[in-house]
Write a protein that binds this ligand. Structure first.
Ligand code: 4AD
Ligand code: MG
Length: 462
């Protein structure tokens, strides 16, 4: 009989389907999470990377030839084990593996920074390359992977094409000017590109032409912003999902968002159940409750104008905001957004119809002449999760607005304007901050702990 190389995910799956026989001989490869012994029996918690669950390996002095060597296997060691499945229906773990032989594949030196005790998030950020070995970050990386997959699945099932938009671009689509310049020099010393270029802040402008040919499209990639705002919700590099739908107005767009977000949350509750239970137990005790509330409750729509009234009333009633000068036309700050979604609505909240001066040039101008058909989704604990709008499809109105925003000084944005005279139509889109969505789904309260290699001002250690 020989040991069959296998993975833990398959063993748990077989167990669930009643196919895991007692006594099956298996070979597993993985990393030691913990190792303890009482002099005659030892126990290793092994993680093999294929599921969130670990398996317990049991080695006994009277059955293995190198008991002492096994007791010295340190946390983090990479090992290969031959052993036998033993079903343990009376235990918390449904089965364990009784070891016949362990081969050390990669030893761990004494200065391995991760030990069994709990480490602070700050400490772990400083050893970003070892974070995947911790339960929290391992769970996060698995949720991150599954969330990408769930997003793509929803789009695929709903007739959206996946469009790859460029990273290097000449347009600052959000017009905020917070861009990372890029260029290089050719052999002759001249600049590589013949115009100023930077890393994209959003794929929207490049995805729109595809919506105007393929109807429903989305782009999903990294975006870059040189905002020097040191908050738990801002990163210099973050991922964004940006759908764009032709023949779709603001009302259609809100439905798309709800359907997509609900689908993703439901998917994770099923496919990352162990991880979400872990986050609920160790990171944020209110997490599962909050996610279920998001699914069960109706999401509220509030106009910007009403939001300002709500905030004014709050100030009158003595509520303290750092920024307490509330007036129509102001930019809502995070503290204002959170007050509305957490204290007033207590759930996801759409703010729609913002003043046009507060928003990007491409947004559809409302008939009132003052506001645009913008919609931001605010959620408890995070604030803004999504920003979107119906787009201005009228050539003349868009041209005027682009001129006001000095976007037609050169030809870098002219092609965008031209889409409005070559078969343009009503269309809408939005951007979901992927990393912020992960914060909502895990309860991790700092964006640096949901990104694998976070970049913020002065921080690129890895
Ligand atoms: O609201 P924003 O700036 O919208 C756009 O970029 C549009 N072009 C989207 C579109 O209509 N296609 O950004 C969208 C979302 C925000 O709601 C937020 O969740 C996230 O991106 N975001 C950030 N996430 C992390 N760090 C930052 N610095 C972020 N800036 C925006
Ligand atoms: Mg925004």
């Amino acid at each position: 009989m020989s040991y069959v190389e296998t993975i833990l995910k398959d063993l748990f799956e077989d167990f669930k389907n009643d196919h895991l026989e007692d006594g099956r001989l298996v070979n597993l490869k993985g990393w030691v999470r913990t190792n303890r012994n009482n002099g005659s029996i030892g126990f290793i918690e092994l993680s093999d990377g294929t599921t969130f669950l670990n398996v317990q390996l049991v080695y006994s002095k009277d059955k293995v030839d190198s008991f002492d060597a096994y007791t010295h296997l340190l946390t983090g060691s990479a090992i290969s084990i031959d052993g036998k499945i033993v079903l343990t229906p009376e235990n918390k773990q449904p089965f364990e593996i009784h070891v016949d032989h362990i081969t050390l594949l990669g030893a761990v030196s004494e200065d391995y920074p991760l030990q069994k005790k709990r480490h602070t998030f700050e400490f772990l950020r400083d050893i970003a390359y070892l974070r995947p070995r911790t339960n929290t970050f391992y769970a996060l990386a698995r949720v991150r992977s599954r969330l990408s997959f769930a997003m793509h699945s929803w789009f695929n099932e709903n007739n959206f094409y996946y469009i790859h938009t460029p990273i290097i671009t000449g347009i600052d689509s959000e017009g905020a000017g917070q861009v990372f310049d890029v260029n290089a020099k050719k052999e002759d010393g001249k600049p590589f590109f013949d115009r100023p270029v930077h890393l994209t802040v959003s794929g929207q402008l490049h995805v729109e032409p595809f919506a105007l040919a393929m109807r429903n499209v989305y782009t999903f990639g990294p975006t870059f912003r040189a905002e020097n705002s040191n908050t738990p919700r801002h990163a210099s590099e973050f991922w964004m999902i940006e759908p764009e739908m032709a023949f779709c107005d603001i009302h259609g767009a809100l439905k798309v968002v709800e359907s997509l977000l609900r689908y993703c949350i439901e998917d994770l509750l099923v496919h990352c159940k162990d991880e979400l239970n872990f986050f609920n137990a160790f990171v944020d005790k209110g997490l599962l409750n909050r996610l279920h509330q998001i699914l069960e409750n109706k999401w509220k729509v509030v106009t910007y104008t009403d939001a300002v009234e709500i905030l004014k009333k709050a100030v009158e009633e003595g509520h303290h905001f750092d920024n307490h000068h509330i007036y129509w036309g102001m930019d809502l700050q995070s503290e204002h957004e959170r007050y509305i979604t957490e204290t007033i609505v207590k759930g996801p909240t759409w703010i729609i119809d913002y003043p046009k001066e507060a928003k990007a040039f491409y947004m559809k101008q409302n008939p009132d002449g003052k506001t645009v058909a913008a919609y931001d989704l605010l959620v408890p604990e995070i604030g803004e999760l999504i920003g979107g709008s119906q787009r201005e499809e009228n050539y003349d109105l868009l041209k005027k607005r682009m001129e006001e925003c000095h976007l037609l000084k050169d030809d870098s944005a002219l092609w965008y304007l031209n889409t409005r005279k070559f078969g343009g139509c009503v269309h809408s889109g939005f951007g979901i901050g992927f990393d912020r969505f992960l914060m909502l789904l895990t309860g991790l309260s700092n964006i640096r702990d949901v990104q694998l290699y976070p970049r913020t001002a002065n921080q690129v250690k890895y």
